[in-house]
Design a binder for this molecule. Structure first.
Ligand SMILES: [Mn+2]
Length: 418
């Protein structure tokens, strides 16, 4: 009795201005390609059960391109695994704020999948003696003090031999409170709320890095296998935090930390299947500019780029320069960077003033924070447009202007005030 658990596909995620020959945002095409490869790998596993932990789409109202990618993926999954139980829950990215707007994931019910978008559902599979409690994302409510509150009472079905819990949630302690969004109610689930039943497997979506959660059943102290499978691609505004987590916490090779889980409910056998990303993400070794002149720093940057060689080609690259004053940043020679920007999909020279914690674009936890970029895209997606205006082009233009402004800001940070 084997299950596969994947999550956070974020089809329709867009980043950086470059487009494919077909006019699709390059990162959107990357995400679709990686998801397609992941589904091929899932099919090769031939599991009995497939759990999809939410955030299938990046936007509540995905583009036609994203919807078509999603339908092709899941139609292939269904056709290749005709007998598998497939359960999909909605994540926060999938759910419209008003119930009457409907949820696009319901489309996949046409494929004979269990799609749970509005409220908890228990799915029985008598042939497999299996019960899946499927809990889509639900926003917390505010109490009289304006604090976020949310009750969770998840119980296994005592009649079933195997009990699985699938949810899209924020487990307390996984994402630091400091990294949470200020303007959104936030009520993480306490791990003890997941320990009341002797679950055979708890699969969670939302956090973008593969992560086991240590749990034990309250009554019997038996360990409860509980995992975030992580996302399938680097689909947060700041992928560098994800890269670091994957390397430091999971021991992954840099940029190879994404994938899905295979878990045997009978034997407890567990494995993580890496899925190769569509392109390289490269966080070059940072440079300490303390006491360096602009010319010396130019040489260090040139040497970092030279060392990276052709690994830069078509990659998403960041080079952090620490402890650099505004004066030095202003007098750097940017001409050689133009060539690097042509070779890479995106090159970010991230200069940080002495003692500074970081720049505006470099904060937040993977997959959670609504950044300025997310908010701008969301507003532009929703605002009323004059007839004849192309919304996708408007969003792309807005994001491109924001990128330019961020790069200009990053290149001209004020010196620390005395
Ligand atoms: Mn997500």
């Amino acid at each position: 009795m084997r299950l596969v658990h994947l999550s956070d596909l974020h089809l329709g995620f867009r980043q950086f201005p470059r487009q494919t020959a077909d006019g699709v945002n390059q990162r959107e095409a990357d995400v679709a390609a990686t998801c397609a490869r992941a589904i091929t790998q899932v099919i090769a596993c031939a599991p009995d059960v497939v759990l999809i932990g939410g955030d299938v789409f990046h936007h509540v109202r995905p583009s036609n391109t994203a919807i078509l990618s999603g339908f092709a993926l899941f139609a292939r999954l269904r056709a290749s695994l005709p007998d598998a139980l497939i359960v999909m829950i909605a994540g926060n990215h999938d759910l419209p704020r008003t119930a009457d707007a409907g949820c696009i994931l319901q489309l996949f019910r046409q494929l004979n999948m269990h799609v749970v978008t509005g409220g908890t559902e228990r799915i029985h599979d008598p042939a497999r003696e299996l019960s899946v409690l499927a809990v889509p994302f639900a926003p917390p409510a505010a109490n009289a003090n304006g604090d976020a509150v949310m009750e969770r009472h998840y119980e296994a079905d005592p009649r079933a031999r195997f009990n699985v819990l699938l949810l899209h949630d924020d487990v307390r302690g996984v994402i630091p409170d400091a990294a949470q969004v200020g303007d959104r109610l936030h009520a993480p689930i306490d791990p003890v709320d997941l320990e009341r039943s002797a679950w055979d497997y708890v699969g969670i979506g939302h956090y973008h890095v593969y992560r086991p959660i240590t749990l034990s059943h309250t009554a019997t102290a038996r360990p409860v296998p509980c995992y975030y499978s992580g996302s399938l691609e680097y689909t947060s505004t700041n992928p560098w935090v994800e890269l670091r987590e994957e390397v430091q916490r999971n021991g992954s090779v840099a940029g190879q930390g994404k994938g899905f889980i295979e878990h045997n409910l009978l034997t407890g056998e567990h494995s993580f299947h890496p899925v190769a990303p569509a392109r390289r993400l490269l966080d070059l070794p940072s440079i300490d500019a303390s006491g360096k002149t602009a010319q010396e720093l130019d040489a260090l940057i040139a040497s970092a780029i030279d060392t990276a060689g052709d690994t830069l080609d078509n990659a998403v690259v960041r080079l952090v320069v620490r402890n650099v004053t505004r004066h030095v940043v202003r007098t750097l020679d940017y001409a050689p960077l133009r060539e690097v920007r042509r070779r890479t999909l995106h090159f970010q020279l991230d200069t940080r003033k002495p003692e500074a914690a970081g720049i505006a674009t470099a904060t937040g936890a993977p997959g959670r924070r609504a950044t300025l970029r997310d908010r701008l895209a969301e507003r532009l997606q929703q605002r009323a447009l004059a007839p004849g205006l192309d919304r996708d082009r408007l969003v792309q233009l807005g994001l491109a202007y924001l990128t330019r402004a961020e790069e200009a800001a990053a290149a001209a940070l004020p010196v620390a005030e005395a």
